[in-house]
Design a binder for this molecule. Structure first.
Ligand SMILES: NC(=O)c1ccc[n+]([C@@H]2O[C@H](COP(=O)([O-])OP(=O)(O)OC[C@H]3O[C@@H](n4cnc5c(N)ncnc54)[C@H](O)[C@@H]3O)[C@@H](O)[C@H]2O)c1
Length: 418
C-alpha cells in the first residue's frame, strides 16, 4: 500500500483519539452500521482531500465499511494530525498522504498521489483537488462520476467554474445542507476558533475587544462565543444585510479602518482576500493579536506585514511576533491559516457528525445519480438533510411534535382566513 505519513509509530495515540471522536458521532455510526451490511459503495475508488483529523478518520472508516476504497490527502498543509494519519494507515489500511507542516510542493505532490490512484468520486474541502484535476490533469476528469465539496470557499470556487462553463463533472455542495452550515460553520467554527486562540495565547477574553471580520455563519458563531466569554465584540462586514443583522444582534459594527485602532484580537472569517492589510497594521495597538479562521491563508496580508517588520520571531507554539519599524509588535496565530485547525483540534466531533453524515450519504447519492446529472453544483436533497437532523435529535434523546391531520390540511390549504 502506498502512503506518506510522518511516523507510523504514532498510530497508537491516533487510534485512541479516533475511537474517542467516534463516541461523539452517533449519526455517522448508524450510517456505518448500515453501510457495512449493504455495501452501497462497493469497489468505489474515492479520493478525499480533507483536514486529516479524528473526525475525518471516522468518515474514512465509514466509507470503507460501505465497500469503498478511500484514500486521503490534506486540504491544508497545517491541519494534519500526524498520529491520526499514522493510525489510518497502520490500523485501518487506508492510504494517507499528509504530513503536518508540509511545504506547498509536498502538499500538491500528495494531492497528485491521490489522483494517481484514479478515483471515480472526489471529496474536497476547499476545492484544491478538483482544481488540480481541472488544470493539471484534465484528461483524467472523464473518469470521474462526481464529487462533493465541504466548505463555503470551495463551493464559491466550484460555482465560479460552473458559471464559466469549465466544470467537468457534477459536484455536491455539502456546505449548502442546513445540517452542515447551520451547525458546523456556526457552532463548530465558533467554539474551535476560540479554542485555537486560547491554546496559542491563553489570553483572557473577558474585557478584551475582539474584532470579527465577516458576519456569515462562521463569523456569527465566533462573535457570539466571544461575547459569551465577556469580550466586547466589534463586527466588520461589507454586506448591508449581514451588517444590519450584526447591529440588531447587539454588536458594534464599523469598518476595519476604525476597528483596527481599538481591537485587542482580530479574527477574519470572510473567505475573502487581504481583509487585514498594511493600512490596518499601521493603526493597530502594540500587542494586537491577529488570527484567521477562513479557509485560505489570504485573509491577512502577511507578506505586507513581513515587509513592514524589522524582526520576526516564534514566541510561543503557533504564535509569531512581528516587530514593526518604530518598535510596535503584532502577533500572528497559526501562520494566518485556519486557527482552529492549526492551533487546536478543529471542530468537535459531535458537530462533524452531521457534516460527515452528509458526506457519506452524499457519496451514496452521487453514485446512484451521478450519470443523470449535468456539469453543475448540486445541493443534497432536502429529504437527506432532514433525515440527518432527525437522526441527530434521536441520538440526543430529543423528541418533537408531529403535525396532526387537521394541521397538515390547514398548512396546505388557503380557504380558511380571519
Ligand atoms: N475554520 C473552519 O473550520 C471553517 C469551517 C467552515 C467554513 N470555513 C471557512 O470560513 C469562511 C467563511 O465561511 P462562512 O460559511 O461564514 O461564509 P459566509 O459566506 O456565510 O460568510 C462570509 C461573510 O464575510 C463577509 N465578507 C466578505 N468579504 C469581507 C470583507 N472584506 N470584510 C468583511 N466582511 C467580508 C461576507 O459578506 C459574508 O457575510 C470560508 O472561507 C469558509 O470556507 C472555515
Amino acid at each position: 500500500m502506498k502512503y506518506d505519513v510522518k511516523d507510523l509509530k504514532l498510530s497508537g495515540a491516533g487510534k485512541n483519539r479516533i475511537e474517542w471522536a467516534e463516541k461523539f458521532m452517533p449519526v455517522l455510526r448508524s450510517i456505518k452500521t448500515r453501510f457495512a451490511k449493504e455495501k452501497p459503495l462497493k469497489d468505489v475508488r474515492l479520493a478525499c482531500c480533507l483536514h486529516v483529523t479524528t473526525e475525518t478518520a471516522n468518515l474514512m472508516i465509514t466509507l470503507k465499511a460501505g465497500g469503498a476504497e478511500p484514500f486521503l490527502c490534506a486540504s491544508n498543509p497545517l491541519s494534519t494530525q500526524d498520529d491520526v494519519a499514522a493510525s489510518l494507515v497502520a490500523d485501518y489500511g487506508i492510504p494517507v498522504f499528509a504530513i503536518r507542516a508540509e511545504s506547498n510542493d509536498v502538499y500538491y505532490d500528495h494531492i497528485n498521489a491521490c489522483l494517481d490512484m484514479h478515483p471515480i468520486l472526489t471529496m474536497d474541502d476547499g476545492a484544491d483537488l478538483v482544481s488540480t484535476l481541472h488544470t493539471k490533469r484534465r484528461n483524467q476528469a472523464s473518469e470521474i462520476m462526481g464529487g462533493s465539496e465541504e466548505t463555503t470557499t470551495g463551493v464559491i470556487r466550484l460555482k465560479a467554474m460552473e458559471k464559466k462553463g469549465v466544470l467537468l463533472f457534477p459536484v455536491l455542495a455539502i456546505n449548502d445542507s442546513s445540517t452542515k452550515h447551520l451547525f458546523d460553520n456556526r457552532y463548530g467554527t465558533g467554539q474551535s476558533t476560540i479554542d485555537g486562540v486560547m491554546r496559542s495565547t491563553n489570553m483572557l477574553l473577558a474585557g478584551a475587544t475582539v474584532v470579527i471580520a465577516g458576519y456569515g455563519w462562521c463569523g456569527r458563531g465566533v462573535a457570539n462565543r466571544a461575547r459569551g466569554m465577556g469580550a466586547n465584540v466589534i463586527v466588520c462586514e461589507i454586506e448591508p444585510l449581514r451588517a444590519l443583522e450584526a447591529v440588531m444582534d447587539g454588536f458594534r459594527v464599523m469598518p476595519m479602518s476604525k476597528a483596527a485602532k481599538i481591537g485587542d484580537l482580530f479574527i477574519t472569517l470572510t473567505g475573502d482576500i487581504a481583509v487585514i492589510g498594511p493600512r490596518h497594521f499601521k493603526l493597530m495597538k502594540d500587542g494586537a493579536i491577529v488570527a484567521n479562521s477562513g479557509h485560505f491563508d489570504v485573509e491577512i496580508d502577511l507578506k505586507a506585514l513581513s515587509t513592514m517588520s524589522t524582526k520576526k520571531r516564534d514566541i510561543r507554539p503557533n504564535v509569531v511576533e512581528y516587530t514593526l519599524k518604530g518598535g510596535k509588535h503584532i502577533l500572528v496565530l497559526g501562520e494566518g491559516r485556519l486557527v482552529n485547525l492549526a492551533a487546536a483540534e478543529g471542530h468537535p466531533a459531535s458537530v462533524m457528525d452531521m457534516s460527515f453524515a452528509n458526506q457519506s450519504l452524499g457519496a451514496e447519492w452521487m453514485l446512484k445519480n451521478g450519470p443523470k446529472l449535468g456539469r453543475k453544483v448540486y445541493s443534497i436533497p432536502q429529504k437527506i438533510d432532514m433525515e440527518i437532523a432527525r437522526l441527530k435529535l434521536a441520538s440526543m434523546g430529543v423528541t418533537i411534535d408531529k403535525l396532526s391531520t387537521e394541521q397538515k390540511h390547514y398548512l396546505t390549504s388557503w380557504e380558511m382566513g380571519t
